[in-house]
Design a protein around this ligand. Structure first.
Ligand code: SF4
Ligand code: FES
Length: 143
């Protein structure tokens, strides 16, 4: 388990709560492209879950490439599933995406389990290494 506290933001409509973990967000803006009526980084709050149906939210949340988004329904947290197949994808000008359940050991010996998708920094600018925190956009990383 990591000693760092994870920041978690929640945005609810009556049935579903969108959970966003900013440190995992790689700012690909897939969410904004798929449901612009819900996600708008220029608005506060930037997520308005009441602007889409539960089904539309679930489909879009499952497409979040970094796993920064998840949801719970009626107080029941969506299960962090264990994925046995591991796949690796290099995102152009962005992180290395590793799909599957991983056990990551940090330089200080702290271990943590990652499920679904983990984005590893390739640009060197992340403040949350070894993970991507979206800083590749600001640093103009190409590669
Ligand atoms: S990583 Fe997920 S939450 Fe972050 S911008 Fe992309 S789709 Fe949205
Ligand atoms: S690749 Fe995203 S912060 Fe480095």
């Amino acid at each position: 388990m990591s000693a760092e506290r994870e920041i978690i933001k929640e945005y609810s409509n009556k049935e579903l709560t969108v959970i966003w973990k900013p440190k995992k967000c790689i700012h690909s803006e897939e969410c904004v492209k798929r449901l612009p009526e819900v996600y708008n980084p220029d608005r506060r709050p930037w997520v308005m879950a009441e602007n889409a149906t539960v089904d539309a939210l679930k489909t879009q949340i499952e497409a979040c490439p970094s796993g920064a988004l998840s949801y719970k329904i009626m107080g029941e947290e969506s299960k962090e599933e264990v994925y046995l197949e591991t796949k690796v994808e290099v995102l152009e000008n962005g992180p290395l995406l590793v799909y599957g359940t991983l056990h990551v050991t940090k330089p200080n010996g702290a271990r943590e389990q990652k499920n679904k998708t983990t984005a590893f920094c390739r640009c060197g600018a992340s403040q949350n290494k070894p993970y991507c925190d979206g800083s590749h956009l600001k640093s103009g990383f190409k590669g």
